[in-house]
Design a protein around this ligand. Structure first.
Ligand SMILES: [Cu+2]
Length: 293
C-alpha cells in the first residue's frame, strides 16, 4: 500500500486550486458578475445547477473517504460479501437522481422560455436596433436608425433593450458580451436576433466565442453602457468622422486585418446590411439558408 505523503497531496491540491483560479479568471468571473437581467438569470441557472450537482458530488466524496477508512483491513467492520439486494441503497440511488433530474427539467423548461433570445427584456423604453456583422477579424456595428456605424466599439443607453441582429460576412463567429448574457451565432446569409439589456453604466468586454482563424485573438470590442446624454454624445462623435460606409468602403473594411482599431463611420448607405446578408443567398438550390427577416 502506498504511504500517505503530505507534501505530495499539498502539491496536488495547490495545482488544482491554481487551475480553478486561472479558469475563473477567463470567463467565470464575468459570467458571475452580470450587469443585466439576462445575465442575472443565466447566473442563477448556473449556480442552481451547480448546487444541485453538489448534492451528488459531496456525499460521493465523503462516502469514498469514509468507506476507505471504515472498511480498510485493520478495522473490524461487519463483512457481508453475499448480499444481493438492498432496499436502502435502491431508494437512495434512484430517488435522489430522479429528484434532481425533475428539478433541473422544470428549471430548464422555465429558463428556456424566459431566456428566449427573441424575447424583449421588460422595459418602458423602445428597443434600439444594432446590426452586427462579424468580419475577419473585427466587429462592425451599424445603427440603422441613427445612420451611423462603428468598428470594435458599441454604445447604448442603460435600461434600454437592444435588439442585436447578428450576421457574418465571413466564417461562423459567436457574438458574446459575457456580462450581459446570451451569446448567439453569427453566420453568413442569415440573421440571428438577440435582445439584451444593461442595467448598469459601464464598459463591458465583448468577443467572439467561436474560433474563426488566426486573427481571432484580437477580435474584441468594447460595449459602452452609457446614460442617455452619453449615448447622444457618442452618436455625435461618430457623426464627426470623415469616413462613410457604402459598398466599396465596406469591401475595403472586410479585408482581413488583425487587432483592428476602433473606427467610426458618419453615414451608412441605407439597406447595406441587408444587401450584404442577401449577397450570400444564391437562387434556387441553397434555399435552406434563408435570412430570418
Ligand atoms: Cu445554416
Amino acid at each position: 500500500m502506498r504511504k500517505w505523503n503530505y507534501p505530495d497531496i499539498l502539491k496536488r491540491v495547490s495545482l488544482l486550486a491554481t487551475v480553478a483560479l486561472v479558469l475563473s479568471g477567463c470567463t467565470g468571473s464575468s459570467l458571475l458578475d452580470p450587469k443585466g437581467p439576462v445575465g442575472a438569470e443565466q447566473k442563477y441557472l448556473i449556480m442552481t445547477s451547480f448546487f444541485l450537482m453538489m448534492i451528488v458530488v459531496i456525499p460521493v466524496i465523503v462516502m469514498t473517504l469514509l468507506f476507505a477508512w471504515r472498511y480498510n483491513y485493520i478495522k473490524n467492520a461487519k463483512y457481508s460479501p453475499n448480499w444481493s439486494h438492498s432496499n436502502k441503497i435502491e431508494v437512495v440511488v434512484w430517488a435522489i437522481p430522479l429528484a434532481i433530474v425533475f428539478i433541473l427539467s422544470v428549471l430548464t423548461w422555465r429558463s428556456t422560455h424566459a431566456l428566449d433570445p427573441h424575447r424583449v427584456p421588460e422595459s418602458d423604453r423602445d428597443p434600439i436596433v444594432v446590426e452586427v456583422m462579424a468580419l475577419d477579424w473585427k466587429w462592425l456595428f451599424i445603427y440603422p436608425e441613427q445612420g451611423i456605424a462603428s468598428v470594435n466599439e458599441l454604445a447604448f443607453p442603460v435600461d434600454t433593450p437592444i435588439e442585436f441582429r447578428v450576421s457574418s460576412e465571413s466564417v461562423m463567429n459567436s457574438f458574446f458580451i459575457p456580462q450581459l448574457g446570451s451569446q448567439i451565432y453569427a453566420m453568413a446569409g442569415m440573421v440571428n436576433t438577440v435582445h439584451l439589456l444593461a442595467s448598469e453604466e459601464g464598459t463591458y468586454p465583448g468577443m467572439s466565442a467561436n474560433y474563426s482563424g488566426h486573427g481571432f485573438s484580437g477580435m474584441h470590442f468594447k460595449a459602452l453602457a452609457t446614460s442617455d446624454e452619453g449615448f447622444q454624445q457618442w452618436v455625435e462623435s461618430v457623426r464627426q468622422s470623415s469616413e462613410t460606409l457604402q459598398q466599396d468602403s465596406f469591401d475595403e473594411l472586410a479585408k482581413p486585418s488583425r487587432d483592428n482599431p476602433v473606427e467610426y463611420f458618419s453615414t451608412v448607405t441605407p439597406g447595406l446590411y441587408t444587401d450584404i446578408v442577401n449577397s450570400y443567398i444564391t437562387s434556387g438550390d441553397s434555399s435552406h439558408h434563408g435570412a430570418e427577416e
